[in-house]
Design a protein around this ligand. Structure first.
Ligand SMILES: NC(=O)c1ccc[n+]([C@@H]2O[C@H](COP(=O)([O-])OP(=O)(O)OC[C@H]3O[C@@H](n4cnc5c(N)ncnc54)[C@H](O)[C@@H]3O)[C@@H](O)[C@H]2O)c1
Ligand SMILES: O=C(O)CC[C@@H](O)C(=O)O
Length: 399
């Protein structure tokens, strides 16, 4: 059943390159992709920093084709009743493959060796002699039998931990908020650290896979480096803000940290001794870009057309099979008697309720009500206005 009878064509704006396979989810006729639109219904974004953007009045949803949402003003979205989504796990395999690639390659000094060998260009017959003389600078370490510490055992961390075991590493993992799903997928051979300090103390290599939040900001700093083994290699495919760059530069100078592999170069990183800066390639595979784009687009489409919510980072997940003739959705404060007041507004309009769902998340809640009465025309006269007048209502839509 098409539920796009109330609104005209919906406008989707993208702020980064989004794979066509994802954008094709928005069928022509019902949707327009317009990257110049000043008032889109939804935005699909990757890493574009949205914090200084004005969120337009018609905006109902923002979807991050990826995992981290620190580029989206999530609190502002919540206050404005805009649903923000991400695509959990959709790029996890891509990141895992690059983590393991760079773990091994940097342990063998491959990147430094490649840069050096290029300097021999033009030396003709001397090259093989220089190679044999020079290679001793790049003697590396095997990862077999070494300990990998994994901080954050979500979609990426769990994949890395399991595969590192298959590379004959010892793995110690730390995640105080591990989800039941991940716990089921994690090999029982991953040692469980009860504190992050245990990871620091025992690891030869540490890889971090946590979101950047107030709690995780600069979790790598002078104090935590002092708890680590000398010459530890640190891999950061999560966010630059997890590292205190000044302390990292000092730890690399002292050899306290042997290598710093990061997907987030900046001026300081590019000057650091023994840093391996990568141009944010973790999720840059065709497969991952398509997975993320398709998942983001489907979630937005579902929300715009039915009000159902999956993988939102600020709205509660909520799903209701469409059974009525019209659906009313409301995002509101999580306070008593909201559902009662919304239902009263519906009955004041002489309408019957077919089905409903109410879900809460922290200070906010979301209610969807299917109306079972015949409604003439697209708009139910006065209903949205009545519901909007209820104290605590943030947004109302009739679908
Ligand atoms: N380089 C890239 O291209 C790329 C791609 C995808 C994700 N990322 C980054 O990687 C992060 C992780 O991605 P994911 O898909 O695994 O996310 P995820 O949500 O599946 O996993 C994050 C895990 O971190 C855990 N966690 C949160 N705070 C923690 C703490 N203080 N200590 C230990 N664990 C903690 C959570 O419980 C969760 O299990 C993202 O937030 C994003 O910033 C980067
Ligand atoms: O879109 C990208 O290329 C990077 C995405 C990544 O940083 C994420 O958090 O998912």
């Amino acid at each position: 059943m098409s539920t796009l009878t109330l609104d005209q064509t919906k406008t989707i704006k993208t702020l980064n390159n989004i794979a066509d396979t994802g954008l094709n989810v928005f069928n022509q006729g019902d949707y327009t992709i317009d990257n110049d639109s000043e008032n889109p219904d939804a935005i699909v974004v990757r890493s574009f920093n949205m914090h200084s953007l004005d969120l337009n009045s018609n905006l109902k949803a923002i979807a991050r084709a990826g995992a981290g949402v620190n580029n989206i003003p999530v609190d502002q979205c919540t206050e404005r009743g805009i649903a923000a989504f991400n695509t959990p796990g959709a790029n996890a395999n891509a990141v895992k493959e690059l983590v393991l690639t760079t773990l091994m390659a940097s342990s063998r000094n491959l990147f430094a060796g490649l840069s050096w060998v290029k300097t021999l260009e033009g030396e003709g017959d001397e090259i093989s002699k220089q190679v044999e003389l020079g290679k001793k600078q790049f003697v590396g370490k095997e990862i077999k039998g070494k300990t990998l510490g994994v901080i954050g055992l979500g979609a990426i961390g769990a994949l890395v931990a399991n595969d590192a075991l298959n590379l004959d590493m010892e793995v110690i993992g730390f995640d105080p908020f591990i989800s039941v799903n991940t716990a089921w997928n994690l090999s029982r051979n991953v040692h469980r650290a009860m504190t992050i300090e245990q990871v620091f103390a025992h690891s030869d290599y540490i890889t971090v896979h946590v979101p950047l939040t107030d709690d995780t900001k600069e979790m790598f700093n002078e104090k935590t480096f002092s708890l680590m083994k000398p010459d530890v290699h640190i891999l950061n495919f999560s966010r630059d803000g997890l590292i205190n760059d000044q302390d990292m530069a000092a730890a690399l100078e002292l050899g306290k940290v042997g290598k710093y592999i990061t997907d987030f170069p900046n001026d300081q990183v590019l000057k650091m001794k023994n840093a391996v800066p990568i141009p944010h390639l973790g999720a840059s595979t065709k497969e991952s870009e398509e997975n993320c784009a398709i998942m983001a687009a489907r979630q937005v489409k579902e929300f715009l057309e039915t009000g159902n919510i999956k993988n939102s980072v600020n709205f509660p997940n909520a799903s209701l099979p469409y059974t009525g003739k019209r659906r009313v959705t409301a995002f509101h404060k999580n306070v008593p008697n909201m559902v009662g007041q919304i239902s009263s507004a519906i009955s004041n309009c002489n309408l019957n309720i077919a089905d409903m769902v109410n879900r809460s998340r922290g200070d906010y809640a979301y209610t969807m009500i299917d109306i079972d009465s015949e409604v003439n025309g697209d708009i139910i006269p006065g209903l949205e206005e009545q519901i909007k007048q209820i104290e605590g209502i943030v947004t109302v839509r009739t679908i």
